[in-house]
Design a binder for this molecule. Structure first.
Ligand code: HEC
Length: 155
């Protein structure tokens, strides 16, 4: 009986181990790894900004490409999922504007990321219509969440 129980405990432990080690909160970066994590995060942010900026310029009729609205929004929807992984602990140290408060206030930070992800998914849906009148207000909601995080967790 005892050995059976021990085998079960070890088996469950082995199954759970990868889950424990791959969650964002369990990650910790230092030195060159932190520098790379910071540069990577900044790249993802830039990429979100460039797609959002492109949408914005289409909505302002600076360029005529309403047919690109869905593509930019789909790209944002793909990138925004990565926000779960781009704030490893330790990446607040170095050439970064990430505030250390991010890690003492994780519930707020994760709440903003979840809302941003939901608003961006809606943006991707709405943008399929190619209708600037629908895309504009939804892009505003997305920017609201970008701003919520920048205002709280960016130096
Ligand atoms: C959960 C928090 C959070 C959310 C949400 C967020 N950002 Fe950021 N953003 C940051 C932080 C922190 C930095 C500073 C990154 C660094 O220096 O390591 C940053 C930096 C940036 C930068 C500058 C990148 C650089 O080259 O230094 C841009 C552009 C940007 N964000 C755009 C956006 C856009 C657009 C959105 C929404 C679609 C967004 N961000 C959503 C936290 C966030």
């Amino acid at each position: 009986m005892r050995i059976q129980r021990l085998v079960i405990v070890i088996f469950v432990g082995l199954l759970a181990w990868p889950l424990l080690t791959t969650t964002a909160s369990a990650q910790m970066v230092e030195g060159e790894m932190a520098d790379a994590a910071i540069a990577y995060r900044q790249g993802i942010m830039q990429s979100m900004q460039s797609h959002a900026g492109a949408i914005s310029n289409i909505l302002k009729s600076k360029v005529p490409h309403t047919g690109h609205l869905a593509g930019h929004a789909a790209a944002m929807a793909a990138m925004v999922k990565m926000y779960d992984d781009i704030f490893p602990k330790g990446s607040e140290v170095g050439a970064t504007r990430l505030k250390a408060e991010f890690f003492t206030n994780m519930a707020t930070a994760e709440g903003i990321i979840k809302k941003l992800q939901a608003e961006t998914m809606t943006l991707a849906e709405v943008a399929k219509s190619g209708d600037p009148a629908k895309v504009g207000p939804q892009l505003g909601k997305v920017f609201g969440q970008c701003g919520a995080c920048h205002g709280t967790f960016r130096k």
